[in-house]
Design a protein around this ligand. Structure first.
Ligand SMILES: CC(=O)N[C@H]1[C@@H](OP(=O)(O)OP(=O)(O)OC[C@H]2O[C@@H](n3ccc(=O)[nH]c3=O)[C@H](O)[C@@H]2O)O[C@H](CO)[C@@H](O)[C@@H]1O[C@H](C)C(=O)N[C@@H](C)C(=O)N[C@H](CCC(=O)O)C(=O)O
Ligand SMILES: Nc1ncnc2c1ncn2[C@@H]1O[C@H](COP(=O)(O)OP(=O)(O)OP(=O)(O)O)[C@@H](O)[C@H]1O
Length: 490
């Protein structure tokens, strides 16, 4: 891409930068001064931790050919282009630099507080099973060109996103779209063929000032569809209903899914095993490959999207049978003492309630819930998470989750306060996560279930008394110590 193209894209009249040469090629786009290499365009972005404008000189020293930003620095040795919205500019330049890679693909974006990872994994499996080559971007890593690739965030930064799309030879991409990503223009330059909304629950209010703002950020995705794009919305969720009305008011195509007669796909009966529904008056059924009523909804949304890409019902039902499961989502283990363990990524009150209710339907024994709260993340959801646990488990053990720079003492004090105020004497506190899990498992017997939530597939961010790196590793080691014999991983 030539330098004069940068001016054109940003709608800036070319300036007579003496020695620069408008016909010169630029070698890349970045917003990280540490990654600038000679000939690149550095876009200075005001962030949450730092301000890229403070690193302009470093970018110059590293060889930047051009600086883009919203605050003109004094005396820099490289031409500076002023833009009002550097994050947008970054996306516009990245899309162009990588030759608009999103245009050649069918792109499906999934958003909502819960269910994004589950739906993208289901869809990926459905599409690959029916002959599509499908890429997947999201929380548990990316998958491109038939291989798993490490991912850093739920929705990649905009430069990485366009680079990945450029390198991908896949026909279809299914991606999780986070509200942070939408708010930070990480999807700039991408248009979607299909968009999916799952639900909106209290979460991320450390970032968004209110639920209203959180909803607005999520809604942006649905205004980024291609001309013939199709939104699939779960309208039993009140925010979904509102979104559906909003989009229809704008003349956008919506497939509504819900219990109401007016829905395009009307849910008739939903259980832990599957979902019955009417579509165009015709009854139909999908079995869900992962336990939980909420996963039946996820399955229906994934299948509805796959159907838009031409996958037949028969192919889908076969593919669902061979679904391998998702790391850290309803991941099950049988322990030698007859207890059952479920590791899950639930981290909202609603998802805790759902998983505890699912376990109560499936197991006869006592339910012990082991969980904690992330430091420096939405504190306003903690009371309702604990209330849900106290109400739907037979007892909880509050423990540590990622501290994120909060001290051990402060978090333990926060746990004690919540336990006293919201826990209704229904549980206890064992701060060390590995000890909490061990205590819960060893106290279990035939038919009991221990549900460990919050970390799912993720590795621990701090060390605990026992030298394990994840809930899975803790359980597997514990099971070996207890003389393992059965392993069920969905
Ligand atoms: C709060 C938040 O969302 N931060 C994200 C945001 O960072 P930021 O723009 O605020 O960056 P910053 O660190 O303040 O730095 C500002 C600028 O200075 C630049 N800089 C900084 C230092 C330096 O030496 N040189 C330099 O040029 C940085 O490259 C950046 O351009 O933009 C970055 C680039 O896209 C993200 O990597 C970063 O994610 C951080 C790591 C993060 O933890 N984000 C979480 C909250 C998040 O986004 N999560 C959602 C999923 C949520 C969910 O649904 O569960 C996600 O999509 O992953
Ligand atoms: N449709 C749903 N409704 C409510 N809870 C759900 C739903 N789907 C999944 N969950 C619960 O939420 C947890 C996280 O699910 P999943 O990873 O699919 O969501 P996500 O949207 O990708 O979350 P995150 O953005 O935090 O990565 C699951 O482990 C489960 O407990």
């Amino acid at each position: 891409m030539k330098i004069n193209k940068v001016f054109e894209l940003l709608n800036i009249a070319p300036q007579p930068f003496t020695k620069l040469g408008l016909e010169k090629d630029i070698t890349g786009i970045t917003d990280d001064s540490r990654q600038v290499s000679p000939g690149q365009v550095f876009t200075a972005v005001e962030g949450h931790e730092a301000d890229g404008h403070d690193y302009i000189l470093e970018a110059c020293r590293n060889g930047a050919a051009l600086i883009v930003g919203s605050k003109k620095p004094e005396n820099i040795p490289v031409p500076f282009l002023y833009v009002e919205h550097p994050r947008r500019a970054l996306g516009i330049l990245a899309a162009a630099f990588y030759q608009y890679p999103a245009r050649d693909k069918r792109i499906i974006g999934v958003t909502g507080t819960n269910g994004k990872t589950t739906i993208t994994h289901l869809l990926h499996h459905l599409l690959e099973s029916s002959g599509f080559s499908c890429g997947r971007f999201g929380t548990v890593g990316n998958y491109m060109n038939g291989k798993s690739v490490e991912g850093f965030q739920t929705t990649p930064g905009v430069v990485d996103l366009h680079k990945c799309l450029y390198e991908s030879r896949d026909d279809v991409i299914v991606m999780e779209v986070s509200s942070h990503g939408l708010d930070q223009h990480r999807l700039e330059g991408v248009s979607f063929d299909i968009t999916i909304f799952t639900n909106l629950q209290q979460d991320h209010l450390d970032y968004h000032p209110s639920m209203e703002e959180y909803f607005k950020a999520k809604s942006k995705l649905f205004f980024m569809m291609k001309e013939r794009g199709q939104a699939i919305i779960h309208v039993d969720d009140p925010w979904g209903d509102r979104l559906s009305n909003l989009l229809r008011g704008e003349g956008l195509a919506v497939t509504s899914i819900g219990g109401n007669d007016a829905c395009d796909i009307q849910i008739d009966e939903v259980s832990d095993e599957g979902i019955r529904f009417l579509e165009g008056g015709k009854p139909s059924y999908y079995p869900t490959p992962i336990a939980g009523v909420y996963n039946s909804y996820n399955t229906l949304q994934a299948c509805t999207a796959a159907a838009y890409l031409g996958v037949s019902k028969g192919t889908m039902v076969d593919a669902l049978e061979s679904f391998p499961g998702i790391p850290g989502r309803f991941e099950q283990y049988s322990m030698p003492n007859g207890a059952h363990v479920i590791i899950d990524y639930a981290h909202t009150a609603d998802s805790i309630r759902h998983i505890l209710q699912t376990a109560a339907r499936q197991f006869d024994g006592n339910i012990t819930h082991v969980f904690g709260f992330r430091g420096n993340r939405d504190e306003s959801k903690r009371p309702s998470m604990l209330q849900a646990s106290a109400e739907w488990s037979d007892g909880y053990i509050l423990t540590l989750d990622d501290l994120n720079a909060v001290s051990h003492e402060d978090m333990t004090a926060a746990l004690s306060k919540l336990h006293e105020e919201e826990g209704r004497a229904h549980g206890r506190i064992i701060p060390d996560r590995t000890s909490a899990i061990k205590t819960a498992v060893e106290a279990g017997g035939e038919g009991d279930v221990i549900i460990i939530t919050g970390k799912g597939h993720e590795t621990y961010k701090q060390s605990y008394q026992r030298p394990f790196s994840s809930d899975r590793e803790t359980i597997v080691n514990l099971r070996n110590e207890m003389k393992t014999d059965v392993h069920q991983y969905q």
